[in-house]
Design a protein around this ligand. Sequence first.
Ligand code: GLY
Length: 398
Amino acid sequence: MTRLPSDAHADVLVIGGGIIGLAVAWRSAQRGLRTTLVDPSPGGGAGRVAAGMLAPVTELQYGEEPLLRLGMASNERYADFAAELTEASGGKDTGYRRCGTVAVALDSDDREELRELHAFHRRLGLDSTWLTGREARKLEPMLAPGVRGGLHVAEDHQVDGRRMLTALLSAGERAGVVVHRAEAVELLVEGGRAAGARLGTGGSLTADRIVLAAGPHSHRLPGLPEGVLPAIRPVKGQILRLRIPDAYQPFLSRNVRAVVRGRHLYLVPRENGELVVGATTEEQGYDTTVTAGGVYELLRDAHELVPGLTELPLVETSAGLRPGSPDNAPLLGPTSLPGLVAATGHYRNGVLLTPVTADLLSEYLATGELPEPARPFSPTRFSSDRLSPDRSTTKALA
Ligand code: GLY
């Protein structure tokens, strides 16, 4: 392990200590790169709020097959990644749970939508089994009697984002990552190349490569030349945490998803008795207020799906900002500014895509070669020369 003085020039400087930034920094340090990371409160960001559903199949949207492949690649590495992280962090558990997911419908319109999703899964050769309402309730007896059908995806699992963050911070520091608890207030560009960051606390950090992993704040970093990154829009998600008392166990045995009147709802039951209920999807800037309406909507829909849930203690309400790129897929790899690498725009899939993002980017940082699975997600796919003469060019490149 290489330790460097806290103000020394590094091989890699990561801006942003959320789940993606911490994982990239940890993996980079493991590759022998002298790595620093800057964030005023590392271990925060959307991963701290997220439910941690690892659902590449049940979250699949039409037209997002490249993202599906990336999500499945990450899902496949999760068990090993979580085990290695626990070991490297000195025994910190990540809450990784191989539980599977059921997605159910409450009315005939929702059932039609799920049937189409199931047919899409079958066309893509994904492991997804259709369930009648009775079969769904046999798997999860707390589901409402009115459930009209659904599907079972045995390989969509869960992890605890908060525990992951704690473990990643610890594993990174143990591997030699130097963490600066400060804000990067400006990207430093020298001779047409990203060279470092000026800190809000005074002073600056320099490195050969700068990884921008600041979620929905990435494109707003002062000093970033125009056109290097597209706007990463903040998409607010309000989310609830309930507690399942021992006397109520087993309450749910796997993740449960539903579309209720067009809104996506999910329940993620953890082994420690926490039940996460999420999430709203709101595009209204950088506001993270928890609203009465958001909580009401979630509880109303969750009650319709699992009526017994209103008996449970409500422990926490929170809101986070998903970082949404223009096509909702992540930005991975070198940007048009030499020396600047993007690891942002993971939208609804940040926790899921953490292992694959960290592996692909640390490979790039160590070797200079961007591995093939990252190439469809090049940050340059949005730049104006690629957009012309029309959007179809972009689609082909994406
Ligand atoms: N991946 C779940 C969400 O973004 O709400």
